[in-house]
Every structure is written in C-alpha cells, then in structure tokens.
Design a binder for this molecule. Sequence first.
Ligand code: ZN
Length: 75
Amino acid sequence: MADERPKGKCPICSEPTDAHYRPFCSRRCADIDLHRWLSGGYAIAGRDDDDDMASNEAAPKSEAERPDDDFRSSD
Ligand SMILES: [Zn+2]
C-alpha cells in the first residue's frame, strides 16, 4: 500500500513515469509511442509486432487496448 512512486510506469520501457511526459518516462519514449501511433500499428511494449509492411487491413485502431491507462487519474 505504500505507493509513493509516480502514477505509473512508462509503457515503452517500464521506467517510472515522469510528470512532464506522462504516461511516459521521457520525451524519447513519448516520441516512440507517437511514432507507433502514426505508423498505424500501436505496438504494446513487450509485444513485438513487426508488421510495418503498410498493411492497414489487419490493424484495428483499438484505443482501449492500452496496458496502463491509469495515467489519467491524478492523485
Ligand atoms: Zn520510457
């Protein structure tokens, strides 16, 4: 119960979240995430889907498939 850590951890590298770059730990990871979004295939950290073959048909935009979406709750 002693949760004194930041709100969560970076979905990219699992480092503690930085308040400035929530829900990421740094601008770099935020950038990586952004690139994934723009690429059309949001790959969740830990899952290596290497499908950057311009195939959008098998890439459903599921925004509700985030592993850590507790970054909205401000404590
Ligand atoms: Zn990170």
